[in-house]
Design a protein around this ligand. Structure first.
Ligand code: HEC
Length: 150
């Protein structure tokens, strides 16, 4: 009976671990999809700025998407969702070892995309261009420190 009880307990623990890892996998997948959305919105803006007469409607919609997705970055990295989870991820342990540094680069990026959104609202293409150019380095600053290099 005792043995049966502890075997049962073992199974329960295993089932809980399985549920936890499925949850971690979905958190990681969601943040990766969010980065795909960020990259897509940013590309839309860069591509549109190459047009002879860039569409403000396209720029404004993509800038709004970029801001919304960028604001989700800080919540996408709960404890336990790093490489130690066993799930494939390019997130480096530095994110959890240096949370203040991660928050700082994330906030700098969010400030840059907000400025871009404000520029898009203004309708001034030159201002949109320079605000767009200011965003790329904020992606790179984070990737350099916190994303696995391929
Ligand atoms: C605050 C940090 C941070 C910022 C800012 C940031 N990224 Fe990332 N990015 C990451 C991390 C960390 C990953 C790896 C996520 C993972 O694999 O779990 C990543 C992954 C990605 C991916 C791969 C997604 C996939 O799995 O297919 C792309 C594409 C990407 N980022 C583009 C961008 C672009 C473009 C910007 C700027 C417009 C940007 N990122 C800004 C940290 C950041």
């Amino acid at each position: 009976m005792r043995r049966f009880g502890s075997a049962l307990l073992g199974l329960t623990v295993l089932a809980a671990a399985g549920a936890a890892s499925a949850q971690v996998a979905s958190v990681i997948e969601a943040r990766q999809n969010n980065f795909k959305a960020i990259a897509k919105a940013f590309k839309t803006i860069n591509d549109e700025l190459k047009a002879s007469r860039p569409s403000l409607a396209v720029l404004r919609a993509a800038a709004a998407d970029l801001t919304a997705a960028s604001q989700r970055i800080p919540n996408g990295f709960p404890a336990g969702s790093g490489p130690e989870s066993g799930v494939k991820t390019e997130a480096l342990p530095a994110i959890w070892q240096n949370p203040a540094g991660f928050t700082e680069v994330a906030n700098r990026h969010i400030a840059a995309v907000r400025a871009l959104e404000a520029a898009a609202q203004s309708g001034d293409i030159a201002r949109i261009r320079s605000a767009t150019d200011a965003v790329g380095p904020t992606c790179k600053a984070c990737h350099d420190q916190f994303r696995l290099k391929k």
